[in-house]
Design a protein around this ligand. Structure first.
Ligand SMILES: Cc1cc2nc3c(=O)[nH]c(=O)nc-3n(C[C@H](O)[C@H](O)[C@H](O)COP(=O)(O)OP(=O)(O)OC[C@H]3O[C@@H](n4cnc5c(N)ncnc54)[C@H](O)[C@@H]3O)c2cc1C
Length: 469
């Protein structure tokens, strides 16, 4: 079948955001207000920060301001893989912080459980399913990597099962699968936008004042706090949490550390019982394949398949525009890969095709910091794995601001090397664009060449800048 035909009816909007459960936007801020803690950004980072601030100290007056709609950016349009990993996978963490990996993985598990508990506590209907994740090998060279990952992961106490070709196909039936590694408790699947909207409701229920369609246009230090200028007014806050993801940072120093990278996804129509039976997939795991350019895919509550990843597109000078959220060339590629993986689904159509921006930094997992003498704290740079890790980022922000802590108290989180260190900054343009394009080209070549990394990738690896999914 022509993979393009399957895209004929696809709406160019994020499937998740079209849901009838999407709440009406809350009013903009049209005055000047004061508060104890102002949170900028209504994605997961900002929402968790506001929510947990009230949990830590119910007496705090908390204001959250969002430029557009809560969950309208990455947080409402992602794959919904809620992973325990705080380091963008085991390898990335092992290479950077081998001595603290045990603690980082333990904190990651605790964080994932914290999300599950909050979903239950606040009655957030976000289709949360504790399914785990299946990493599949589609080329022989990937099998050894999975075996090595299993060895390290089991040593760190993870519930991992290495599957041979027959066993992985018995889980999910694709002629492309040669083996797999099932991480049984390392991830949950959820409806990303419903998580954001549910967190919005939970924040409001604890008394957080939320203003949507309220971009902060400037921030400055004042005598007794921080002043935020907004379109129709402003906020005087004692402390500020910055959760603005990849958007042009209000704090200028952050711009050297972040690049916007576009990631794309397709959603199918719901599968019939017979189509689902042809796959198996009884354990409903999220799936990721193991090349450097990888796909991620999963079932939804009504048995559609979300299919995303592979291409990661950077535009010159940090290009960030609404029209870049649609990329027909990538949609066509993703569709053809989908039917190569599941030929038995021929005839299935995609209902939605969309893209979103990832806040990429050179170490591939979030970094944290403060400004204005400790009155402002931020967490950003999740590089495509922030559904779970943003809650940990929010905890770091609150630790850095001292919310709910004794004066001078330093939490164990703040002592982690991961939290104390920063990624290497990106070079300025045009070197930035050139280096990213060369890296993409090299990664594609490595995948076509049994995973062998060329001189450029090996150099990046040595500098701690190499990405190996
Ligand atoms: C297509 C796609 C698929 C993904 N899939 C996964 C996945 O399956 N699993 C996973 O773990 N991660 C995934 N991610 C990454 C994940 O979505 C992000 O890491 C996470 O949502 C980041 O949350 P955030 O709150 O930091 O940023 P955002 O969600 O981007 O929120 C930042 C908010 O700040 C607001 N803002 C910006 N500037 C201002 C300002 N000046 N004033 C006021 N508000 C402002 C923005 O409008 C925005 O709402 C994916 C991302 C994309 C794009």
């Amino acid at each position: 079948m022509n993979a393009l035909k399957a895209l004929a009816q696809a709406e160019p909007t994020p499937y998740w955001l079209e849901d009838p459960a999407r709440p009406e936007p809350l009013p903009s801020l049209v005055e000047t207000t004061t508060c104890d803690l102002a949170v900028i950004g209504g994605g997961y980072t900002g929402l968790w920060t506001a929510l947990m601030a009230k949990e830590r100290d119910p007496s705090l007056d908390v204001v959250l301001v969002e430029a557009d709609r809560v969950g309208g950016a990455a947080s409402g349009r992602n794959g919904g893989f809620c992973a325990a990993s705080l380091t963008h996978g085991l390898w990335n963490g092992m290479e950077r912080w081998p001595d603290q990996m045990g603690e980082l993985e333990r904190l990651g598990k605790e964080n994932l459980q914290g999300i599950a508990d909050a979903v239950t506590r606040y009655g957030i209907d976000c289709e949360f399913e504790f399914t785990g994740e299946l990493h599949v090998a589609t080329e022989e060279w990937q099998l050894a990597d999975l075996a090595e990952e299993a060895e390290h992961g089991i040593r760190l106490g993870h519930d991992l099962r290495l599957l041979d070709r027959d066993a992985v196909r018995a889980e999910v039936n694709s002629p492309t699968y040669l083996g797999g590694l099932w991480d049984r408790d390392g991830a949950a699947m959820l409806h990303p936008a419903k998580l954001a909207w549910g967190l919005r409701d939970a924040c409001a229920s604890l008394g957080v004042r939320i203003y949507e369609r309220t971009p902060v246009t400037a921030i400055s230090e004042s005598r007794d706090g921080v002043w935020l200028r907004t379109s129709y007014g402003g906020v005087r806050a004692r402390r500020v949490a910055l959760g603005t993801g990849v958007f042009p940072p209000l704090l200028k120093r952050l711009k050297h550390y972040l690049v916007p990278v576009y990631d794309y996804a397709l959603m199918t129509e719901p599968l019939s019982d017979a189509q689902l039976a042809s796959l198996g997939w009884r354990n409903r795991q999220g799936i990721g394949d193991s090349a450097n350019q990888f796909h991620y895919y999963r079932l939804t509550a009504d048995n559609r398949i979300l299919w995303g990843g592979y291409d990661a597109i950077y535009h010159f000078r940090n290009g960030l525009r609404h029209e870049l959220e649609s990329r027909p060339e990538t949609f066509a590629r993703l569709s053809s890969h989908f039917f190569r993986t599941y030929p038995q689904l021929e005839g299935l159509a995609f209902t939605h095709a969309w893209g979103g921006v990832i806040d990429t930094c050179s170490r591939f997992c979030a970094f944290y910091g403060t400004a204005f003498g400790g009155r402002l704290a931020y967490a950003t740079g999740y590089t495509g794995l922030g559904v779970g890790a943003t809650r940990f980022g929010a905890d770091v922000i609150l630790d850095n601001l001292g919310v709910g802590l004794a004066p001078g108290e330093v939490t164990p989180r703040l002592k982690l090397d991961m939290v104390r260190s920063k990624p290497l900054p990106f070079p300025p343009e045009p070197f930035r664009f050139g280096a990213i394009q060369l890296t993409r080209w090299s990664i594609a070549r490595a995948d076509a060449n049994q995973g062998k990394r060329n001189l450029w990738l090996r150099t990046l690896d040595k500098l701690g800048l190499g990405f190996d999914s």
